[in-house]
Structure formats: C-alpha cells, structure tokens
Design a binder for this molecule. Structure first.
Ligand SMILES: [Zn+2]
Length: 172
C-alpha cells in the first residue's frame, strides 16, 4: 500500500453515484491526483467540509499499488477561498494539468490564489497557461497557425484565432 501525507489544493469535485465524492487535488508530493471518498466509510461527511474547491488542506491519500485509485483517508483544511474567479481558474487548471506530475511552481501559483486572490482572471489564466506549457506570447492558432490568438479552447487544449474560434462555435 502506498500512502502520502501531503499538502493539497482542491481544484474540483464531483459526485459519484448518490453518496461518494471524487476530488481532483494538486498535491505537493504527487502533483495532481484524483481521490475518492466514500460514504460507506463515513469519511465523506467528515471530510467534505475540508475538500471544497478552493481549499488548501493537509491530506492523507492511500492506494493499494502504483496504478491503483487513490482513496481519501484524511483531510484538514488550512485556508479556503470562495472567490468565484479563483474557482473558475482552478476548474481550468484541473482540465489542463496532467495527473501525477509534481511541480513546485504550479503548487506555489495555486496556493497563492487561495491565500491572496488578488490577480485578475485574465492574468491568472495567462500565468496558468504558461506554467503548464502554453505561453500565449509565443502561441499560434492550433487550427490554422495564425499568431493572432483570440482565445484558449479548453476542450481542445489549444489556442485559436478569432476566425477559427468562430468556425468552432458554428461547428458545435
Ligand atoms: Zn486559426
């Protein structure tokens, strides 16, 4: 069994079935992990308040082996933000950050958002994109290659120019 007792920043959560919760957490030790808390162990009700998106918490996660699924064993929140901008940026972070790649800079960036909340959404998104390897300054449209970037398409994980962005909207 593998166990990690580590700082974690809760990026997102979703309900699984009627009683379980699945949490996406960026940890200091392991990078992003998906950890499940099940109500059958009575852990979910005890832990849920410490695992809202926007929370910096000390967590203990365990799994049977390297490829197994993490289970949430303990969580104790240290700081929390309910700032909707931060929650939005965290949701974007969740869709961009790959699993289990520890990164001190990403951790520091996310922690700073929990503690300070001072950045604008545009600034925070730009910093995040840079940290995960998409620099808007050197970016090109993922479809046509134009350097006149208009947006970042989260679903496709690519930048788009205004023309391709419009085409994309029409397509969907
Ligand atoms: Zn384009």
């Amino acid at each position: 069994m593998t166990e990690h007792f580590t700082w974690g920043i809760v990026l997102d959560k979703k309900a699984i079935g009627e009683a379980d919760g699945e949490y996406s957490i960026f940890t200091w030790d392991v990078g992003k992990v998906i950890a499940r808390a099940t109500s059958s162990r009575k852990t979910l009700s005890r832990l849920a308040g410490h695992l809202e998106p926007g929370t910096l918490a000390m967590i203990r996660i365990v799994r049977k082996n390297e490829r197994g699924r993490f289970r949430m064993a303990e969580a104790l929140s240290e700081n929390k933000t309910k700032n909707p901008t931060v929650i939005k940026v965290f949701s974007l972070a969740d869709s961009l950050i790959p699993l289990e790649q520890p990164d001190i800079n990403i951790f520091a960036f996310l922690k700073n958002l929990v503690l300070n909340e001072t950045q604008s959404e545009a600034l925070a998104c730009t910093s995040l994109l840079k940290l995960v390897g998409f620099d808007p300054k050197t970016a090109k449209c993922g479809v046509c290659g134009s350097e006149a970037i208009a947006c970042f398409a989260v679903q496709d994980i690519m930048f788009l120019c205004a023309i391709c962005q419009n085409k994309n909207f029409v397509k969907r």
